[in-house]
Design a protein around this ligand. Structure first.
Ligand code: GN1
Ligand code: MG
Length: 369
C-alpha cells in the first residue's frame, strides 16, 4: 500500500521498504527507503489524521506558506545556513504537495533529515538551549509572515476556555463511565480553572500580538545535529497557524524541563528543572527578545502554566472520552499523561518567582536600549 502511495510522488528509485517511524501521537508516519542506482535515499511519509485535522488541505497550505516565507527570508539574508536546513516537501507527479488516496486520506512526503536526532526528554542544558534557539529562530523568520495567508488547521486549538468547555462536556457525557475513576484529577483541574482568565482577556482585548506560530513546539519536533548538537531543523509544521508565542514557549517548557517522558508512570519523578528552564529562556530570547513585546516577554512563565494546564485538560478529556484523539498504548495511558502534566504544573507554581527572575535577567541582557 505504502509503495503505491510513494509511487505518486516525484521521487526516483526502487521501493526498498517502509517502517513506522517516530513518536507522534496523531499522524501515521513511515520512514521510506528507495534504492536509486545502488544508493539508498530516505523519506518521511505521513498520513494526516482526518479525525484531528478536519480539513487536511489547510495543514498543507499552511506548511507550504510557512516554508516558502522562510525560504525567501533565508535567501535574502546573508546568514550562514550551511548547518541548518528546512523541511522539504516533495511534489506529486501532478505537482501537488499531497496525494489523496481512495479513502480521501491525505499523504505528504518529505526528505528525511540526515545526521540529526530528536529527544523525548532533555538530558543536557545544551540540548535545551539549542532546541529553544531553533524554535526562536523559526519564529523570528516568520515574524513578518502575512497572517491572512494562514487558516486555523484546528479551530480554537490552544483556546483554553474552549478546551475547558470540551472537558465539561466530556464529563457530562461520560460515555464509558470513566468519570468516577478520575474524581481527584477533575478536582485539581477545577482548582486551577482561573488560569484561563488572563489569557482569554489578553486575546479577546487584542493585547497579545497574534503571530504565525508553530503551536506544537514539543522537544521531539526539533532535530538536533548529531555532530554539533545544534538545532538543525524544526519539523511537524501541521499546526503552524495564527497563535501567540506564549503557547510555543509554554510547550517547550512543558516538554523539556521535566527529566522524564510525558507518560512516566511515576509522576513523583516529574519536576520543572530550573537550569533547563534557564537554557530555554536564554536560547529563545537570544533570537527573539528584540522583536517580542514586553507583554509577551513578561507573560512567558504564565504561558508555560497555560500550556501545561491545557495539556492536562486535553489528556483528561480524551481519557474520559475513551481515547478518541491521542494514540494510546494501554487503557490508562491518557490518565498517566494527565498526572505528569499536573505534577509539572505544581512544580512550576512552586518555582514561579525563580522562573520570573530568569526571564527578567535574559530580557534585560538581550534588549537593545
Ligand atoms: C500531539 O503529534 P504530536 O505528538 O507532535 C498534539 C499536540 C500535543 C501533543 C502532546 C495536532 O502532538 O498538540 O501537545 O500531542 N498535536 C495535535 O504530546 O493535537
Ligand atoms: Mg504533531
Amino acid at each position: 500500500m505504502v509503495k503505491q502511495i510513494v509511487s505518486n510522488f516525484k521521487v526516483y528509485g526502487d521501493f526498498v521498504d517502509a517502517k513506522p517511524y517516530g513518536n507522534g501521537h496523531i499522524n501515521d508516519t513511515f520512514l521510506v527507503t528507495l534504492d536509486h542506482n545502488g544508493l539508498n535515499t530516505e523519506y518521511i511519509l505521513r498520513k494526516i489524521n482526518k479525525y484531528v485535522f478536519k480539513n487536511p488541505k489547510i495543514v498543507i497550505d499552511n506548511t507550504v506558506n510557512a516554508l516558502k516565507h522562510i525560504k525567501k527570508k533565508l535567501k535574502e539574508s546573508d546568514e550562514d545556513n550551511k548547518s541548518k536546513c528546512l523541511m522539504e516537501l516533495i511534489e506529486t507527479k501532478d505537482s501537488k504537495y499531497y496525494y489523496t488516496d481512495a479513502n480521501d486520506d491525505y499523504w505528504c512526503l518529505v526528505v528525511f533529515i540526515k545526521d540529526a536526532y530528536t529527544v523525548e526528554y532533555v538530558e543536557t542544558f545544551e540540548q535545551a538551549y539549542n532546541a529553544a534557539k531553533a524554535f526562536g529562530r523559526f519564529q523570528k523568520l516568520l515574524i513578518d509572515a502575512d497572517i491572512n495567508k494562514f487558516k486555523e488547521s484546528i479551530p480554537n486549538f490552544h483556546n483554553l476556555k474552549s478546551r475547558l468547555n470540551m472537558f465539561d462536556h466530556a464529563i457530562n457525557e461520560n460515555p464509558v463511565g470513566r468519570v468516577d475513576k478520575v474524581k481527584k484529577e477533575i478536582e485539581i483541574i477545577d482548582f486551577y480553572r482561573s488560569l484561563s482568565d488572563k489569557i482569554t482577556r489578553l486575546i479577546e482585548n487584542n493585547e497579545l500580538p497574534i503571530r504565525i506560530t508553530h503551536n506544537d513546539t514539543k522537544i521531539n519536533n526539533v532535530m538536533l545535529s548529531k555532530e554539533t548538537n545544534e538545532g538543525k531543523c524544526v519539523i511537524d509544521l501541521d499546526t503552524v497557524m495564527p497563535g501567540t508565542v506564549l503557547y510555543d514557549f509554554g510547550d517547550m517548557v512543558r516538554t523539556s524541563t521535566s527529566p522524564v517522558e510525558e507518560d512516566e508512570r511515576d509522576s513523583s519523578k516529574v519536576t520543572m528543572r530550573i537550569n533547563i528552564f534557564e537554557a530555554l529562556v536564554k536560547g529563545y530570547l537570544e533570537e527573539l527578545a528584540e522583536v517580542l513585546t514586553d507583554l509577551e516577554i513578561n507573560n512567558l512563565v504564565y504561558g508555560a502554566k497555560v500550556i501545561v494546564y491545557e495539556q492536562a485538560v486535553r489528556f483528561l478529556t480524551d481519557y474520559i472520552l475513551n481515547d478518541v484523539y491521542y494514540n494510546t498504548s494501554y487503557p490508562e495511558h491518557n490518565l498517566i499523561r494527565t498526572r505528569t502534566q499536573i505534577a509539572l504544573l505544581k512544580s512550576i507554581e512552586n518555582q514561579n518567582d525563580e522562573m520570573e527572575a530568569i526571564v527578567k535577567k535574559y530580557s534585560k541582557t538581550q534588549k537593545r536600549d
